[in-house]
Design a protein around this ligand. Sequence first.
Ligand code: HEC
Length: 120
Amino acid sequence: MSFSWSKALMRRRWSVFLILLLGAGCGSENASTGAAPAHPGAPIYLRSCFSCHASGLAGAPRAGDAVAWEERLAKGREQLLKNTIEGVPPGMPARGMCSNCSDEQLADAIDYMIKESGLK
Ligand code: HEC
C-alpha cells in the first residue's frame, strides 16, 4: 500500500517538474517576443561581421562609430553593398566571409551597423 502511494507521489512530482520546465520555456519565449523586434541584420552582423567591425580590426569601420560610417555612407549604399560583396583588399574579405549570406542579408548587416552608429 505505502509503496504504491509513494509511486503515485513520484509520478506527481515528475509532472510538476515537467510543467515547471515547460512553463520556463514559455516564459523565455514570451520575453523575447515581447521585446522590440530585432533588426534583421543583427544576427548576420553578430555571426559574420562582429569579429572585425566591433573592434575596428585592421581599420574596419566600427559599428557604433558615426564618423567612420558617415564617411563610408557618403559613397552610397549601393557602393557599400558592392564593396562588401567583392571585398576591400586587404582587410575586408569578400561577403565579409559569409559565403552563404544572400546579397539582401549583407545589405541588412550593413544597415544594422549604420543604425547602430546612429545614422540612417
Ligand atoms: C576579417 C575582418 C572583417 C570581417 C569579418 C568583415 N569586415 Fe567589413 N571591413 C573590414 C575592414 C578592414 C574594412 C575596411 C576596408 C578598407 O576600407 O580598407 C571593412 C569595410 C567594410 C565596409 C565599408 C566598405 C567601403 O566601401 O567603405 C562595409 C560596408 C563592410 N565592411 C561590411 C561588412 C559586413 C556586412 C560584414 C559581415 C557580413 C563584414 N564587413 C565583415 C573587415 C572585415
